[in-house]
Design a binder for this molecule. Structure first.
Ligand code: 8DG
Ligand code: MN
Ligand code: MN
Length: 385
């Protein structure tokens, strides 16, 4: 023990779910480059490497001040040799040559553009890249066979790559609330995902829906979707029904991070009020003149496409689902790793199973779940790992 030295408590906390990670922190100049390397590792399907970079970045996000010298890092967990080398270079030169060459590389840029199409994963993007395709426009021009999801993704590419603002999320919240209340009075709707963690912008808007009367939520999604479709609010939707009861995953083997709730991946058609548009551009010429074929144009009216995820959970699983859908993705992954490795438990968005006691643990709130897991409660705004 070093006397008189402020040792941040973080040194003993190697799981992100043990730490408080605020949205705004002091080390973006390091975490952003490390996350480029993480993303690049994902593009090469090197998951282990990607997680290692994400964990390093996450530790730095939890620090109370900006890192200025390498010796400030010596007691921190999760910082591997490669991450330390990158950090050192940035501290000394201002940038990392590896990160900058990655950023500039044709493969990274193409993979970023191609995986930026809704419905396109790393596998597909990589195949296209090896076939010489570089952008969504190349998909159109070479007449690639696309799924319905990918067609919607290409069509609305620009809108879906424009960050969703908090204000837009609130407008969508009102719409979803009206839809759900119309088809199932008494239902409860919460905003999950990044916006629940306090983010100012997001890539989509996530909602979790339940009803205090167990069973009342069954087959709810098609009704919500019909209501929205009748109002002309949906540009695309894909509904999957709940398959939890018929699943054979077993308590000790949760199906990775995919859950089995009734859900809907959708694209909303969001009307934009005149105030939101550039006031100097007349509505009829707003965004007109596009000939690139990636986006259907909003001639005449002004609207934009926004990705929305809807999930329905039974009331008895609501706490688990809330915790599972609030994120961040790394925080969720770390929670499951903590449960398995440190507690002999198995956590999913449906349940928590204690292998030692050989029983499921019930919970009515996120607070109870953290308590079952032997973790200090971390509020959503500090789950930005
Ligand atoms: P963003 O949209 O602002 O970019 O960030 P986000 O809200 O944190 O990311 P997200 O991709 O919308 O995911 C929100 C949370 O939902 C995240 O913690 C991961 C979780 N999630 C999925 N898919 C699934 C799934 O199939 N099952 C479960 N349990 N969670 C999922 O994205
Ligand atoms: Mn989200
Ligand atoms: Mn989402």
């Amino acid at each position: 023990p070093k006397p008189c030295e402020v040792t941040p408590a973080i040194i003993t906390k190697s799981y992100a779910c043990q730490r408080r990670t605020p949205l705004k922190h002091h080390n973006s100049f390091l975490t952003e480059p490390l996350e480029i390397l993480a993303e690049n590792a994902e593009f090469s399907e090197n998951e282990g490497r990607s997680i290692a970079f994400r964990r390093s970045a996450s530790v730095l996000k939890a620090l109370p001040r900006a890192v200025r010298a390498m010796d400030e890092l010596k007691d921190l967990p999760c910082l591997g040799e490669h991450s330390l080398r990158v950090i050192k270079e940035i501290l000394e030169d201002g940038t990392s040559s590896e990160v900058e060459s990655t950023r500039q590389s044709e493969q990274f840029q193409a993979m970023k553009a191609l995986t930026g199409v809704f419905g396109v994963g790393v596998r597909t993007a990589d195949r296209w890249f090896r076939e010489g395709l570089r952008s969504p426009l190349d998909l159109v021009h070479t007449g690639q066979k696309l799924s319905h999801t990918q067609q919607a993704g290409v069509q609305h590419y620009n809108d879906l790559n424009t960050p969703v603002t908090k204000k837009e999320a609130m407008v969508i919240s009102d719409i979803v609330e009206r839809a759900v209340k119309a088809v199932l009075p008494g239902a409860i709707i919460i905003l999950t995902g990044g916006f629940r963690r306090g983010k100012e912008v997001g890539h989509d808007v996530d909602f979790l829906i339940t009803h205090p009367e167990e069973g009342a939520e069954e087959r709810l999604m098609p009704k919500i979707v019909n209501w929205l479709e009748d109002q002309g609010l949906l540009l695309y939707q894909k509904t999957t029904r709940n398959s939890y009861l018929e699943s054979k995953d077993g308590p000790a083997r949760p199906p990775s991070n995919m859950d089995r709730f009734e859900r809907c991946f959708s694209i909303f058609r969001l009307e934009q009020t005149k105030v939101d548009c550039d006031e100097h551009v007349d509505a009829s010429s707003y965004n007109s003149g596009r000939t690139d074929g990636t986006e259907e144009r909003h001639s005449g009216s002004s609207w934009r496409a926004v990705r929305v995820d809807l999930v329905v959970s039974p009331y008895s699983q609501f706490a688990f689902a809330t915790l599972g859908w609030t994120g961040s993705k790394l925080f969720e992954r770390e929670l499951r790793r903590w449960a398995g490795q440190e507690k002999g438990m198995s956590l999913s968005s449906h349940a928590l199973y204690d292998s030692k006691q050989q029983r499921y643990l019930q919970a009515n709130s996120e607070e109870e779940l953290f308590a079952h897991l032997g973790l200090e409660y971390i509020p959503p705004s500090e789950r930005n790992a």
